[in-house]
Design a protein around this ligand. Structure first.
Ligand code: GDP
Ligand code: MG
Length: 163
């Protein structure tokens, strides 16, 4: 069985940019009535000779702020159920947000390996700002830029070792 890796996090942190950089081809998008399922994209990727299936979660979700948070929670719970490893993506531009803390709380209950990806660290000048994400309490923390690709290799090296 191919391992499954899910990318979770609040909207606009760069999950889809990261996903599109990594996948070689898209698998069929599961057609389901649930918005949560519809908003998941599957792709295949490999790193250091190890193949894995990558899930990009949570496209555009409409609704009030409350529904919105509930939808993210559902995505995270689905990821905890089905994934072998989880990439939790946050955004250095915004810093730690309440929704990041909410997602972190859910993920900390999971026994699955969690890789905290601090995205949009496009320049060395942003490395200091990334330090505040240690407050989320994850052991594996990576600074990266999904746009220019820097730092993604370090994350993937450790990720595939956990699969
Ligand atoms: P998603 O909602 O988490 O899937 O986020 P998207 O991948 O759609 O990206 C949201 C916005 O962040 C877009 O405007 C991206 O171009 C931008 N973005 C994504 N990755 C990076 C990055 O590494 N650096 C910068 N500066 N912007 C990024
Ligand atoms: Mg997206």
């Amino acid at each position: 069985m191919m391992s499954i890796v899910a990318v979770v996090g609040r909207p606009n942190v760069g999950k889809s940019t990261f996903f599109n950089r990594l996948i070689q081809r898209r698998e069929a998008i599961v057609d389901a009535t649930s918005g949560v399922t519809r908003d998941r994209h599957y792709g295949k990727s490999d790193w250091n000779g190890k193949e894995f299936s990558l899930i990009d979660t949570g496209g555009y979700i409409k609704g009030s702020d409350d529904i919105f948070e509930a939808e993210i929670d559902k995505q995270v719970e689905l990821a905890i159920d089905e994934a072998d490893a989880i990439i939790f993506m946050v955004d250095v531009e915004s810093g730690v947000t309440g929704m990041d803390q909410e997602v972190a709380k859910l993920l900390r209950r999971s026994k699955k390996p969690i890789f905290l990806a601090i995205n949009k660290v496009d320049a060395a000048s942003r490395v200091n700002a990334a330090l505040e994400f240690y407050s989320l309490g994850f052991e594996h923390q990576y600074n990266l830029s999904s746009i220019n690709g820097s730092g993604t290799g370090e994350l993937l090296d450790d990720l595939v070792k956990a699969l």
